[in-house]
Design a protein around this ligand. Structure first.
Ligand code: DAH
Length: 364
């Protein structure tokens, strides 16, 4: 009998515990706002008051325990209601069911910058004929940039390079530090790295010059080729340039070299590629009137892309290579310039490439 009595007491308590637990869980499913929840749970006829009323029917020995449970529940509910942020009251969010099996949305992935694409392509073109892509500092000593290239300090030829000098103490032998204005600084560095020819280098890097207009940006890229071996001559240079023109611009592209002067090559040339708009003729013929006008893209049938030449003996010597035994050729061209001459691009302001304008960049 005694046992039966205590069982019935604890079952009342048990029922209260279960109900308290249900209320605690239930509030988390609600889509009501703070005021509405307050009313639903704590008004006179609210769920919490109904539960509290059951206290009277709880046997006396279970009352302390039941009181504790009800107090805890009250605190929990109050805290929960207070902490709800406005956003979590958006009924749509709170009602939303998450379907974990729905395939995720792919984040937007961009693509490489057109100049990075050009760099990758140029690298492959030269690698196919045995050139090795190397990288040399883009902030370098005066010695590699000018001195070792047969341009002694204060030589006026240096003026061409519109150089940014870095405000740092000069090295006793290698001189000042510069932002490289061309990739030719890789020439003697490559000779030092390889030691004994053969050398077939393609050095691609950022360059900097104090110039900014439709055809120049203060930061730009160049690619520098250097080949040194026994019996290397101008035909190897011209053959390499022709090969590049065909691979990069298409089978009909032609190249030409014109005499020029660089201190680090002898003889030196400027390199042009034929204009794809007028096919190298320099003239356009109107389809209807058959009128002949000057091609406004090139004016002469050709576009200049950069320089080239046979490596000067003094440069070979600076790199520890005997000019009696070895000869070599070198070339250095701007990537932006080379790239924007491609058929179909017609980019007449290279600053666009670095403008970060997505609607421009997304076209590539
Ligand atoms: N470095 C030269 C420039 O930036 C281009 C150049 C000319 C590179 C002749 C060479 C070369 O390797 O042989 O204008």
């Amino acid at each position: 009998m005694k046992k039966k009595l205590s069982q019935s007491k604890s079952s009342k308590l048990n029922a209260l515990l279960i109900e308290a637990d249900t209320i605690k869980k239930q509030i988390r499913q609600e889509t009501l706002n703070q005021n509405e929840l307050e009313k639903k749970y704590f008004s006179k006829k609210g769920l919490f008051s109904i539960l509290s009323k059951q206290m009277s029917s709880i046997p006396i020995e279970d009352k302390p325990m039941a009181g504790k449970v009800i107090n805890h529940l009250k605190n929990d509910l109050k805290e929960y209601i207070e902490n709800l942020s406005d956003k979590s009251f958006d009924p749509l969010i709170r009602q939303a069911k998450i379907d974990l099996t729905v395939p995720g949305k792919k984040p937007n992935v961009g693509h490489t910058h057109p100049i990075s694409q050009a760099i990758a392509e140029i690298t492959k073109i030269f690698e196919r004929i045995g050139f090795i892509r190397v990288r040399y500092p883009e902030v370098d000593w005066d010695w590699y940039t000018f001195g070792s290239l047969n341009m002694p300090t204060d030589h006026p030829a240096r003026d061409e390079w519109e150089t940014f000098f870095v405000n740092q103490p000069a090295h006793p032998k290698k001189g000042k530090i510069v932002l490289t204005p061309h990739t030719s600084n890789g020439q003697v560095r490559e000779m030092e790295r390889v030691g004994k020819p053969p050398i077939r280098m393609i050095n691609i890097a950022r360059c900097y010059r104090r110039q900014q207009d439709v055809t120049h940006t203060q930061m730009f890229h160049q690619f520098e080729g250097l080949v040194i071996d026994k019996d290397i001559n101008i035909q190897h240079l011209k053959g390499t340039i022709d090969y590049f023109a065909r691979e990069f611009y298409g089978p009909d592209a032609k190249s030409r070299i014109r005499p020029f002067h660089f201190k680090f090559t002898e003889p030196s040339f400027e390199v042009d590629f034929s204009c794809h708009i007028c096919g190298g003729s320099g003239y356009l013929i109107d389809e209807h009137s058959k009128e002949k006008t000057r091609c406004r893209f090139c004016k002469s049938g050709w576009h200049e892309v950069g320089g080239a030449g046979m490596v000067h003996p003094n440069v070979l010597k600076a790199g520890g290579i005997d000019p009696e035994e070895y000869t070599g050729f070198a070339f250095g061209w701007g990537i932006e310039r080379t790239y924007t001459l491609r058929e179909g691009l017609n980019i007449d302001d290279i600053r666009l490439l670095y403008s970060s304008k997505l609607n421009f960049l997304q076209q590539f």
